[in-house]
Write a protein that binds this ligand. Structure first.
Ligand SMILES: [Zn+2]
Length: 173
């Protein structure tokens, strides 16, 4: 895997005393829990693993990875419920009230927390350019195939049926 960018280098700003850090705030759907990270995050990645797809109920979640030391719960800590998977050694935390996934912890990087990118409304300082567990990618994922509007259903787009190659249509004789 490509070497991850070093956050201290990425955060290099003009050296006028200690630069004030910038934060990006996130919240769950019901607003009970609010959190923040110092910007820039370490990295941002798309997680194509079966485990994360199942846990988050989507084709794949996109996470922002932050050092624990640069991550804070601002509000609603008592609302956070945590599920530890003994087989995987992972922990997933979510809002007990609205179910929004909040934190994903992995044993291979104990100093880091992963937060769904979708929780943040402002920039996190990292574009999601990394893909992990592509070998577990769902075979029903949308990969940008051409779409056309579905007649009679405004707002619904439909993937066009795959066009057969002309030679398949030729008669056998
Ligand atoms: Zn909530």
């Amino acid at each position: 895997m490509a070497k991850l960018p070093r956050p201290d280098k990425a955060a290099a700003l003009p050296k006028v005393g200690k630069s004030p850090s910038v934060q990006s705030k996130g919240r769950c759907v019901c607003g009970a829990v609010e959190l923040e990270i110092d910007v820039p995050a370490v990295w941002s990645w798309h997680d194509h693993s079966q485990a994360s797809r199942h846990a988050q109920g989507c084709a794949y979640p996109t996470y922002v990875g932050s050092w624990r030391s640069r991550f804070r719960i601002l509000k609603g800590e008592a609302q956070i419920t945590r599920f530890e998977d003994p087989e995987e050694g992972t922990a997933r935390s979510f809002c007990a009230r609205c179910g929004t996934p909040l934190i994903y912890e992995r044993p291979r990087s104990p100093r880091m927390v992963n937060i769904p990118r979708a929780l943040f409304t402002t920039r996190t300082g990292r574009e999601p350019r990394y893909h992990m567990y592509l070998h577990e990618q769902a075979d029903w994922i949308y990969l940008g195939e051409p779409l056309s509007p579905l007649k009679g259903y405004p707002g619904v787009m439909r993937e066009r049926p795959r066009r057969r190659k002309p030679r398949d249509l030729e008669p056998m004789f």
